[in-house]
Structures are given as C-alpha cells and as structure tokens.
Design a protein around this ligand. Sequence first.
Ligand code: NAD
Length: 363
Amino acid sequence: MEQQGADAAAARRMATLASHLRPDPASSHPQMEEVSLLRGSICRAKGAAPGFKVAILGAAGGIGQPLALLMKMNPLVSVLHLYDVVNAPGVTADISHMNTGAVVRGFLGQPQLENALTGMDLVVIPAGVPRKPGMTRDDLFNINAGIVRTLCEGIAKCCPKAIVNVISNPVNSTVPIAAEVFKKAGTYDPKRLLGVTTLDVVRANTFVGEVLGLDPREVNVPVIGGHAGVTILPLLSQVNPACSLTSEEVNHLTSRIQNGGTEVVEAKAGAGSATLSMAYAAAKFADACLRGLRGDAGIVECSYVASQVTELPFFASKVRLGRSGVEEILPLGPLNEFERAGLEKAKKELAESIQKGVSFINK
Ligand SMILES: NC(=O)c1ccc[n+]([C@@H]2O[C@H](COP(=O)([O-])OP(=O)(O)OC[C@H]3O[C@@H](n4cnc5c(N)ncnc54)[C@H](O)[C@@H]3O)[C@@H](O)[C@H]2O)c1
C-alpha cells in the first residue's frame, strides 16, 4: 500500500515536471528548446527578488560570458536576458544553474532580439568583434558599427527608456552611432546612453596602486577623454588619495594606461582582447547604473557620454548617476600642463572618431 502511494506521488511529480517541458512554439531553433524551459510562465524561479531587468547583447562572447556570470551574482538584478547570434542556449543553461536570485532567459539570433529587449531597465552591449593583431581599425569599425546600429534599432523599438551601456569598440564612435540611431527613432535621451570606459579607470587604479604601494581598491584616478590610445587621459594630478608622482612615473603610467588594451592583445597573441578584466569593469559600471536607478546618492563614475565639458559633443569624464541615468556631468577640475597638452591631442582624435560614427549612420 505504502509503496503504491509513493509510486503515485512520484508519478504526480513526474507529470508536473513534464508540464514544464513544453518547448516554446515561437522558438524555431532546436537548441532553444532547452532555453525555453527558462521562459516566463513555465519558469519555476518564481521566488526571484524584486529588482531590475538587465539584458546582455553579445552574451556568449569573451566578455559576455563572464559578464553574464557577474550580473547573475548581482542582487539588484531580478531578470537577466542573454542574447547572442551564437551559443546563447548553452551559456543560458549554464548560468541559470547558479543559485542566485536573478531569473535567466536566453535568446538566439535576430528573430529573438525584440523578446530579449522588451521590458529591460538596463541593456549592456558587448556584441561585436574584438581587436586582433593585423586587423585595421577600419575593419573593426565597419563590423562593429553595423552590429551596434542593429541592436540600437531594437532598443529604440522595444525598450526606449532603458539605460544603455556600450562596450563594443571603438567606443569613441559606437556611442555617437547609438545616439544617431536613437535620434532617428525619436527616442534619444542623452542621459541614458553611456559608453563604458571603466576598464581604463580600473587599470589606472591598479597601475597607480602598484607604483604607490597602495591597495588598488583605495586608489581613485579620474580618466577622461575617450577610450582609445591618446584619447585615454588619466588625470594623475587628481589621484585620490593625494600623492606626488615624479614626471618619469607620470610618463610611464600614462603610457601604460593608454596602452593597457594593447598589452593584453599582444599577450593573448591572436586569441582576442581584454575579456575578464573588461567583464569585471562592465559589471562594476552596470552595478553603479543600477544603484543610481534605485535612487542611491553619490554614485560617481567616469563614462563617455554626451557632454558640454569641452566643445566636443561626446566626452568621458566623471558623471553622477541617478534614477534617470546621467544626472550631472562633473567639471574636469584643474589640469596641469602635461594634462592640458594631452587633452588637446585627445580632442583632435576624438573629434574625428565622433564624426566617423555620425557619418556612418547619415551616409
Ligand atoms: N569598452 C571596453 O573597454 C572594451 C574592452 C575590451 C573589448 N571591448 C570590445 O567589446 C567587444 C566584444 O569583445 P569580446 O572579446 O567579447 O569579443 P567576442 O568575439 O569574444 O564576443 C563577441 C560576441 O558578440 C556576438 N555578436 C556578434 N554579432 C552580434 C550581433 N549582431 N548581435 C549580438 N551578438 C553578436 C558574437 O557572437 C560573440 O559571442 C569588441 O568590440 C571589443 O573590441 C571593449
């Protein structure tokens, strides 16, 4: 009798489980059946904490995967959408087994982009191709510019109020590209479009910490300008805690911070660019955006945004984040002669990169 009861209970549990195995009819790709188990009404993770909905576009890439992992660990995230044109189901299934609050859903390919974006509070874009030795800047530009345009058209249509974090390079041009796409769609809000330059700050804090013998978590170096070569301008005269560096140290540190990306590209010798430190930086920046959205006070990060601190339409500097995205762009503060010369060089290159992005959309 007892055995029969146990068998009946087991059969009922199996029937309940089987009811969760309905593939999503909207999904035409067989790989997505597994992922469809994680969708909406059939998702069992009902206990998810209230929080923000975040999408990562390019989630199966070198940056996307560790970024997905870090965002799944963020207690402010209740729903995490992972979109890519390849391998989204595998990454989603893998990440979804982590016992943290965020519910994870996967989306594969262009037909699923709109579902991936609908209802999102924050969209992070690491989609694209990374710099490889031998690749010209133009090669990289043309591929990534097209990818960012397509993804931003989706954002304008499906979640025009979302905060957008652009990681895809060249950030100096992809942020103006995103702005032009949003302008065309009539959804542009400069406060909600942010280029991610956090990796430059992360590197600056680490390298300056090494030179000063300080814990890098206690070092804060503002990095302004843009996110490539000479446009990356660390303000070593404004390091917190205050310190005095020799001109030799300043030259060495400035050059190492500006070429940090190349250091990694060369060390990886053909296997891509910075992915792990970038995912860390992107997760840190996304967390700051979410804390701003939540209404936390005093959230200040460097970011490449629409700006009036210089005559250029976009510039990276310290910004205060809040409920509506960028709530204030902080002044650059006093620059020394070395930094003023660096700023002039940075502005020249930045102006060209911005123009290149704008022309890509308006050609
Ligand atoms: N902002 C920064 O500080 C910084 C730092 C490092 C790298 N990057 C840039 O980030 C980008 C990604 O680098 P990675 O190393 O992760 O590259 P990767 O090639 O490993 O990953 C890119 C991912 O994007 C996906 N993808 C391509 N086209 C797509 C599309 N149309 N829609 C959605 N996904 C698409 C690919 O399938 C791949 O999974 C590159 O542009 C790289 O230059 C930026």
